[in-house]
Design a protein around this ligand. Structure first.
Ligand code: NAD
Length: 492
């Protein structure tokens, strides 16, 4: 544990010694990280945040000092102890080095919800959407980010998209609870369930189910492509938007950027037991060590942290002082605009300007008031319903060249068993047999569907595979076709 170095010696005098302090873990990160963390912590302590800081070292510097994971051995222990992590940006080495520590932290600590408020500060920060005030709630653990990828043939690689009912319930319920506790009026869901009927379909279905439990809030669903276009064009029609991981990753950056600047937004990563707070931008190495970086993104992360740890009054104090600073035109270079801004300041000067305004409220921008419970709760998922599961067939994927679909089908039919018969063949998701389009482009990757006569067993699949092997086929993967309570658990 490393002690925290205060920027100004007087910081401690503002602490209220009669109230208990909350232990948090802090990482100063790389690039501009240490400067903006100093600035943010300075503001927090001057505002009377009751914090006991354990500092850990993670990131590029740690990697370069000989720790291949980019993490000092004791670092995770501190987070396990404090359960709250305020993290400055870290540099992720490109083309080698350690794995993304952000992804690792989210997975290790079960941080399933990523919450990112995207707010315009018109007319003090240039924006195309003056009234924008949207919160993106992104599912943080599932979807294509499970990182399960395979090369299957010369031409084809795959990435598995995994969505669980429990994961959907947790994130959707989180979004509705967040909306209710933060006086929001509407929750919108983005998916692509017209195409991904099972995975995104489950997300949408769970959204509809949970929306019914919150009659005080409007609930709506958009297909993600047109939803994204609408978000970029008319963000003011949205309030809280919940979505699966990949769409959320992309659209939360879009939303932050169109609000004004990625340099201003913070984010919270929330789990059942742990939480991590950060800026959304990276370590901006080219700006490091120059006292020019804007600490506002990290400060907004820290404000969410204060609400989370039960110090909403300090969060409001800091947020309103920050709004007043923006209103007074005291701006760092990234948001400075001649004619609007009054004073261009560095990182430290900006922090001092916020501290000077503690206790003041904005006059034009909307003042904020946080209250206890606006962030901390557990969005539990219900136990998964147990369905009757029956094996109905198997998709066998082949790495195969040299045969036209009809010839391939003839050879596969020879391998069929009494229990499993060839039903159809598809190439890249397009049916090529029977009745396939002759124009369909095929390659070396085939999905051959064998349907069962009634309920089939694993032994029937093994028999089929034995026959395919004997006939010289290279099966690269099988996917079992199950019915759940009589309903197909696979796409037609
Ligand atoms: P970046 O966000 O670090 O910087 C892009 C540009 O935005 C900078 O050059 C700078 O001009 C500006 N900028 C960003 N933050 C600013 C601030 N606070 N004040 C003023 N200007 C600011 O993106 P990048 O250059 O693509 O990434 C740099 C490194 O950060 C990479 O190694 C990347 O992997 C890492 N990264 C880390 C995180 C994280 O730790 N959460 C997030 C994103 C990127």
């Amino acid at each position: 544990m490393v002690g925290f170095r205060y920027l100004e010696g007087s910081a401690l005098t503002y602490r209220n010694h009669y109230m208990s302090h909350r232990a948090i873990t802090v990482a100063r990160g790389d690039g501009i990280g240490p400067e903006i963390m100093d600035a943010a912590l300075h503001i927090l302590t001057e505002a009377g945040a009751r914090l006991e800081i354990e500092e850990i070292r993670i990131g590029e510097k740690v990697f370069l000092s000989g720790h291949p994971t980019g993490v000092e051995p004791d670092a995770w222990e501190s987070i396990r102890r404090t359960r709250v992590f305020l993290k400055a940006p870290i540099t992720t080495p490109q083309g080698g080095g350690f794995k993304s520590l952000n992804v690792t932290t989210r997975k290790m600590f079960g941080l399933y919800a990523n919450v990112r408020p995207c707010v315009a500060y018109h007319p003090f920060v240039a924006t195309k959407h003056p009234g924008m005030d949207v919160v993106i709630v992104r599912e943080n653990e599932e979807d294509l980010y499970a990182g399960i990828e395979h090369r299957q043939t010369d031409q084809v690689v795959q990435c598995l998209k995994l969505i669980s009912r429990a994961g959907c319930e947790r994130i959707v319920r989180y979004a509705f609870e967040y909306a209710r506790r933060n006086n929001r009026k509407k929750v919108t869901c983005f998916t692509k369930d017209n195409i991904m009927k099972l995975t995104d379909g489950l997300f949408h279905k769970v959204f509809d189910e949970i929306a019914r439990e919150y009659p005080d809030l409007a609930g709506e669903h958009w297909i993600v492509d047109i939803g994204a276009a609408k978000l970029a064009d008319t963000p003011c029609v949205f309030d809280v938007v919940v979505m699966p991981n990949l769409y959320g990753d992309i659209l939360s950056d879009v939303a932050a950027q169109i609000a004004g600047s990625v340099g201003l937004a913070g984010s919270a990563n929330i789990g059942e037991k742990f939480a991590m707070f950060e800026a959304i931008h990276g370590s901006a190495p080219r700006r490091a060590g120059q006292n020019v970086a804007n600490p506002s993104g990290l400060l907004h992360g820290a404000i969410m942290m204060l609400v989370h740890i039960g110090q909403p009054e300090v969060a409001s104090l800091v947020h309103n002082a920050w709004l007043k600073t923006m209103e007074d035109g005291v701006h760092t270079y990234d948001v400075f605009a001649a004619g609007v801004s009054k004073e261009k300041v560095g990182t430290r000067e900006f922090a001092r300007a916020v501290v000077e305004r503690l206790g003041q409220s904005p006059e034009q921008l909307r003042a904020v008031q946080y209250f206890a419970g606006a962030s901390q709760w557990t969005a539990a998922s219900s136990p998964a319903p147990k369905a009757k599961k029956e094996l109905a067939g198997v998709d066998v994927f082949l790495d195969h060249v040299g045969d036209e679909p009809r010839e391939l089908a003839r050879r596969l039919e020879d391998c069929a068993t009494g229990r499993l018969v060839l039903h159809n063949i598809a190439a890249r998701g397009v049916k090529v047999y029977p009745d396939g389009f002759p124009e369909a482009v095929t390659g070396d990757h085939w999905r051959c569907r064998f349907a069962g006569h009634g309920v089939v067993s694993h032994r029937d699949v093994i028999d089929l595979l034995s026959r395919l092997e004997a006939a010289g086929f290279d099966f690269i993967k099988t996917e079992h076709l199950y019915n759940f309570d009589g309903q197909a658990g696979f796409t037609a």
